[in-house]
Design a binder for this molecule. Structure first.
Ligand SMILES: [Fe+2]
Length: 423
């Protein structure tokens, strides 16, 4: 009798439970539980150089000092720190939007593929596309002491062979002509990686537009949303830098992305941290190889898509590995100072021989470095002070390319590029 009462009690409890649970078709979408976010990391322009190709000696130091501010002397530490941070944060995928190597050295690309393989072994898929520095370069060198010599540089085929397991082999579709592909990130989310460097530098081939449209139509019919990735930009982020920066055929690509409701495009190449709103918003990531070693975290769920800029903690990596170099232990400060000094050097070289009032060169260098640092890192510049300094610059040295460039940055009113709600 006791068992019959227990069974009856369980049966009644089950009936009540069923009565409280609405059938799926009657559920209110507004009260649906929040979907767990899909987390995609996007980073660009690592410019890794194999440590077998440099002794960080006098010539290479000069190359770096006269370069564009990339932290090439510490590229091994930055790369290792980023990979360890990704293993620890364990996003659903890491997308590298090109310029993986310094200047397309086969050895750099091969060594980096091995390092990125550790991320894949830790169950973090890595997806890549080539940048203009990864294929068909004529400046791939090995540096030793005061000399350098050419080393093999990658053709597009070499790149695709080395990186077949980093996206294309697992893709739902690959366009053989351009090297572009579509990758399933989650149910209802596809990543479209546009290769704008394999067929020709800075170009998405017209012949591949049919493939692109077919993929977008297919995604729409399947009810899937799409995030696009490219190396060069689709939109014009700075009117002084269009040729060589904006993808040729951008208008045709944007028209398709807009028509099929693509959520956003993520790119790199220009080395600034910048966002433009538009029919397809575009986020331009500053490089992993430049202060503050940025990457972005995309979070997608049924509430929308957000982008948050983050940075690689090189100092924490150095401490974990018992490194004692001062610049590694206080890396953010060192990296910022390096970039600042690089900007000052550019102004010294440009105006050092000009007849200027006393102290003018230092003020101009400081104005250029402060504005550029903000522009490249995505920080807000001190507009009022820098506009005053710019007026001083014009009175001391006249109008120039630099003053037009700085004025453009200070007038730029695009959204905050460090946190963006994309949809
Ligand atoms: Fe690039």
């Amino acid at each position: 009798m006791k068992y019959i009462r227990i069974i009856l009690g369980l049966f009644l409890a089950l009936l009540m439970l069923c009565a409280c649970t609405a059938p799926e078709s009657m559920s209110d979408p507004a009260s649906e539980p929040a979907q767990e976010s899909v987390r995609i990391v996007v980073a660009s322009d690592l410019h890794y150089l194999s440590q077998a190709l440099t002794d960080n000696g006098p010539l290479f130091r000069r190359v770096v000092e006269h370069g564009d501010g990339k932290l090439m002397l510490d590229i091994e530490a930055i790369t290792e720190a980023f990979i360890e941070q990704m293993i620890s944060e364990h996003p659903d995928a890491v997308v590298l939007t090109g310029d993986l190597s310094f200047n397309g050295e086969v050895r750099s690309l091969a060594d980096l593929a091995e390092k990125l393989g550790r991320l894949q072994e830790a169950d973090v898929p890595v997806l890549v596309i080539p940048g203009n520095h990864d294929v068909r370069r004529s400046d791939a060198y090995c540096y030793s002491g005061d000399s350098y010599e050419p080393v093999p540089s990658a053709r597009a085929d070499d790149f695709h062979e080395l990186y077949a397991d980093f996206g294309p082999r697992q893709a739902r579709s690959v366009d053989e002509l351009s090297g572009s592909y579509v990758w399933d990130a989650a149910e209802g989310l596809r990543l479209l990686l546009l290769d704008t460097n394999s067929a020709a530098v800075n170009s998405f081939p017209s012949e591949s537009l049919d493939w692109l449209e077919e993929e977008l139509r297919e995604a729409q019919e399947a009810g899937a949303q799409v995030i696009c990735f490219s190396h060069q930009n689709l939109l014009i982020h700075n009117s002084m830098f269009v040729f060589g920066y904006q993808i040729s055929n951008a208008d045709a690509v944007i028209e398709l992305l807009t028509r099929y409701g693509v959520l956003a495009n993520m790119c790199g190449h220009m080395h600034i941290q910048h966002v433009l709103d538009g029919s397809v918003p575009e986020v331009l990531s500053s490089p992993l190889s430049l202060v503050p070693c940025r990457y972005g975290l995309l979070a997608w769920d049924n509430a929308g898509l957000t982008y948050e800029a983050r940075s690689t903690d090189v100092s924490a990596w150095a401490r974990r590995h018992g490194r004692t170099e001062e610049q590694l232990l206080d890396f953010d400060k060192y990296a910022e100072e390096s970039f600042y000094q690089n900007c000052c050097r550019q102004i010294s070289e440009r105006y050092g021989a000009a007849e200027l009032p006393e102290g003018a060169l230092e003020r101009m260098a400081s104005c250029f470095a402060d504005t550029n640092l903000a522009y490249f890192t995505g920080a807000a510049p001190e507009r009022e002070r820098l506009l005053t300094e710019l007026d001083f610059w014009v009175s001391a040295a006249g109008e120039s390319f630099e003053t037009a460039y700085l004025r453009g940055i200070l007038k730029d009113e695009s959204p905050d590029p460090l946190y963006v709600k994309l949809r």
